[in-house]
Design a protein around this ligand. Structure first.
Ligand SMILES: O=C(O)CCC(=O)C(=O)O
Length: 432
């Protein structure tokens, strides 16, 4: 097993013991010192990227042109060679030090938009057109512009900035391995601001329409800040304990993606391919059977508040900056939701188990009805939300050992090994 694979596995496992201590943030004085620096950094970054809505709200990452001074003459260009120093590209977000990580639940107190009262106000709605839904069904992906307004974008940015300023130990594997500047799975379980986003925003309604279904549950999610090198062509197998057909992928951006990279690129219609094996993560687009898809690339320029929705089988890639350095933010909340009628599908024996590491007690064939997979459409459930708030919902050390540890001797060991080899190769794995 490659070096990173073992480390990642170990880290995922070791991160669980403390993760269940409810409602506690462990911070040494040293940690506090570092955290305050990071909070300051995040706040500075936020002011840079998020001006008040009365200015140009969504192109804010691009510096405005310098004002022309009255009476100022155009300057002549000197023919002398200029000693131009190319400014060094600095990462906007520094990697957390080991002692900066926190455990347990985190409650950033961020005011919900539109006077929403947490756990009281009904979720919002957002109507799609038939054409948008048909596009998703035909192409395997659809770009929905401006689903979330400036207030929601500010809310998500504040929640994300709080998270990166107070990194959680569950983010350790993906962040320390430099996959992302920050990445954390099942962010809604530890950070209450993201749970509230799911309970109260129109996300559930949007996805119910996309799936032509009357119930939506969150199967798994990911907070992804700045994919350093990006990911090669792949299909999604980290969808939680559900089948592909029961899942819908979602992606919400809080920032404008640069023109050249940062937003996923898709092979149009590739969700209908019949040649990529189910257990594959990375896809060789030159393989026989993909000819009709590989030349039809769909690229989207995404703006804050936009969503991308796709079928988990749709082949896609994400490019990062060529030097892996993000000088601005690309903050994305993504994941997979489950449609009505979804039953629990045990992914033990495959890499897919990594997105199902909670001790929920569900068995294969059970209805996916559990606070670990909270309902968000037509309406959140107060009891499920209470279970989440009490710290009952989360990863569990014993469960992880049982689910991952048993694999070594299982018939599927080889598959799992190849999964981890991908994880350790330079084609990084989507996602921790
Ligand atoms: O936007 C990203 O960083 C990754 C998106 C992606 O490829 C996925 O969610 O499967």
């Amino acid at each position: 097993m490659a070096k990173f694979s073992s480390a990642a596995l170990l880290l995922v496992i070791t991160s669980q013991g403390a993760a269940f201590a409810p409602s506690r943030q462990l911070q040494t004085p040293v940690a506090k010192l570092h955290l305050s620096t990071r909070v300051a950094e995040a706040e500075v970054a936020q002011t840079k990227t998020a001006p008040s809505p009365s200015t140009t709200p969504w192109t804010a990452d691009i510096p405005p042109p310098l004002p022309v001074q009255q009476g100022q003459e155009p300057q002549e260009l000197s023919s002398e060679p200029q000693l131009s120093a190319t400014p060094k590209r600095e990462k906007i977000l520094k990697e957390p030090a080991l002692w900066e990580y926190n455990f347990g639940l985190q409650f950033p107190s961020i005011k919900l938009p539109h006077n929403i009262e947490s756990r009281v106000t009904a979720p919002e709605t957002y109507a799609l057109t038939e054409d948008q839904i048909a596009t998703l069904e035909r192409d395997g992906v659809v770009h929905l512009k401006g689903v979330f307004d400036a207030e929601w974008v500010e809310y998500l940015r504040a929640a994300t900035n709080h998270q990166v300023a107070n990194p959680h130990f569950w983010a350790f594997a993906g962040t320390a391995s430099k996959l992302y500047d920050y990445i954390q799975r099942n962010i809604w379980q530890t950070n209450s601001a993201f749970a509230d986003f799911y309970y109260h925003s129109a996300l559930g309604h949007v996805l119910a329409q996309c799936g032509r279904t009357d119930e939506i549950r969150i199967s798994t999610d990911l907070l992804m800040v700045n994919p350093n090198k990006g990911f090669k062509w792949h299909q999604d197998n980290q969808n939680g304990p559900i089948t592909w057909e029961d899942g819908i992928r979602f992606w919400i951006t809080m920032d404008e993606t640069p023109a050249e990279y940062g937003a996923p690129v898709y092979l149009k219609g590739s969700h209908r391919n019949t040649v990529v094996p189910e257990e594959s993560v990375f896809v060789d687009v030159e393989m026989e059977g993909l000819e009709e898809y590989k030349s039809k690339q769909l690229e989207f320029r995404t703006m804050p508040g936009d969503m991308l929705i796709w079928h988990p089988k749709t082949i896609h890639k994400v490019d990062g900056p060529s030097d892996g350095i993000w000088t601005t933010y690309r903050r994305v909340l993504g994941g997979t939701v489950a449609k009505a009628g979804t039953v629990y599908t045990d992914k033990r024996g495959t890499g897919g188990v990594l997105s199902d590491l909670g001790r929920h007690g569900l068995e294969s064939g059970d209805k996916l009805s559990s606070p670990f997979f909270p309902i968000v459409y037509p309406q959140f459930d107060r009891d499920e939300a209470r279970s989440r708030d009490s710290g009952e919902v989360g990863r569990n050390f014993q469960d992880i050992v049982q689910k991952i540890g048993g694999l070594a001797g299982s018939a599927s060991g080889a598959k799992f090994k190849s999964f981890f080899q991908v994880l350790g190769s330079n084609k990084k794995h989507p996602f921790t």
